[in-house]
Every structure is written in C-alpha cells, then in structure tokens.
Design a protein around this ligand. Structure first.
Ligand SMILES: [Zn+2]
Ligand SMILES: [Zn+2]
Length: 254
C-alpha cells in the first residue's frame, strides 16, 4: 500500500497569511503545510482521506491521473471538505462515493446541494453521499476501511483505519474501545497542532502519548500542524524514535 501525505497543515495552512515568523518565512519546503489530506493506493484501488481546499493543487503536484474509488471525510469543517467541488474530474464516469457520518452528511447536503440532488446541473461533480456510523466497515475494492469515533473538542467526528494504516485528524481524545480497533497497525497518521494546550486539538506531546496507547513503536507521522509547532528541521530531530513530523508530499510504503 502506498500512502501519500498530501497536506499536513492546520485549518489556515502554513505559511499563515500575514505572518512573518521563522516557520512562515522558512525556505524549507517541509515547512509549507497545505491543509490535511492523504491518498491511499493499493493495487487498482485509490482512496482519498479528507478533501480540503488545497485538493486541486495537491492532485496537480503529484500528477495524479488515476481513478478515485472513494472519499472518506472525518468531519464537515471547511479545511477537510473545501475541495469537494474539485472532485469533478473523478466523477465524470461514476457517482463518486463520499463517506461521512450522519452529522457531517447533513451539513454537506446543505453546503453542496447542487452536487447531491438527484437531477444535477451538467458539469457539477457527481457525488454519492454515504452515511457511515462509527465502527462500520466498508470494503473499497480489496481495501477494508473501518470508521472510528474521534472526539474533536466536544464534537464527535470520524477517524479511519484503512487496512494497516490509521488516519486520525482533529482529535483531542479517543475512547479505549476505539483505540483497541487500531491495535496492529503499521502506520499511524495523527494530528498535533502545537506544543501549547488547545481545547480542540492534541499537542505534540499528546500525539506521542496517543501513539504509545496504540502500541509500542508504531511508526507515527504528525499532521494538522500550525506554525507554532516550529521548524521541521529542528522539531523533527527532537521527537522520540519512530515518531516524525510529516511533510507535504511524503510517500510511505506499508
Ligand atoms: Zn481541521
Ligand atoms: Zn507564522
């Protein structure tokens, strides 16, 4: 399975508009953080996890020219769904399934009615919204996707286990029964906003602790980072073995 981390930034991305901090001014491409999304490719099956406002640019950067089989959405906040309209090239030949929990699905129907009504205007993306409860399993080709309950501040959202990969964004906490569903994974992609505590996102330290809850030595990459995380070259070297800051365009084979 080939995992491409398309974006690693928090909701406003890095650089942040108008900011002149060392991270936002850095020349290191690893300090440029588009909004969070991951592409999973296994055999002929291609799955997108979250579809933020940078989706179009992310697809162009990696030159992706294949079919997308399904999209899984963690929650309805703009930084995770702002690119859904740009799924047009992937939905000419099919009603592209987009999985979201019932709460997020309700919001998406209100926000993108023209993509989700029965009789669509020509040219709009043909999306088929599929409601997915936590702990449901969906097979996409030969890839097994299990949804997990993630708590984002006070908002219950979804995370996903895709075969032996876990993608968890915008988490503050997770119940033990959901952590148990992650046992045995070979790669954890999980959010870490900054070092200081935040009401709706994990810190770097909390992300490290979460990785340990999932298992010892689970290869872990941090996403959804703000400029407050610091410079990639400095901060990545300070992390425990096996835990890294992700960067945009990073490809991992598992
Ligand atoms: Zn977010
Ligand atoms: Zn900055």
């Amino acid at each position: 399975m080939k995992v491409t981390i398309l974006g690693t930034g928090t909701s406003c991305g890095v650089p942040q508009i108008g900011c002149h901090c060392a991270v936002c001014m850095s020349d290191d491409p690893r300090d440029k953080r588009l909004r969070c999304s991951v592409l999973v490719e296994k055999g002929d099956t291609n799955i997108l996890l979250d579809c933020g406002p940078d989706f179009r640019e992310q697809m162009l950067r990696i030159g992706f020219d294949k079919v997308l089989d399904a999209v899984f959405i963690t929650h309805e906040h703009y930084d995770h769904v702002g690119g859904l309209d740009d799924l047009r090239p992937f939905s000419y030949m099919q009603n592209l399934p987009v999985y979201a929990d019932p709460y997020a699905a309700t919001h998406l129907r209100q926000r993108l009615p023209y993509c989700l009504v029965e009789h669509k205007y020509p040219g709009v993306p043909h999306l088929r919204l599929e409601e997915m409860e936590p702990h449901e399993v969906v097979m996409v080709g030969n890839v097994k996707v299990t949804s997990l309950r993630v708590i984002h501040g006070k908002l219950p959202i979804l995370g996903f286990r895709i075969d032996d990969l876990a993608y968890i964004s915008d988490m503050t906490t997770m119940e033990d029964e959901d952590v148990e569903l992650l046992y045995g994974i070979k790669l954890l992609i999980v959010n870490a906003l900054r070092h200081e505590p935040h009401p709706t996102h994990q810190t770097v330290r909390q992300a490290i602790e979460f990785s340990r809850r999932v298992g010892l030595n689970v290869p872990t990459y941090l996403i959804h980072m703000s400029h407050h995380v610091g410079l990639h070259a400095v901060e990545d070297a300070l992390l425990p073995e096996g835990i890294h800051l992700a960067y945009d365009g990073l490809v991992i084979e598992i």
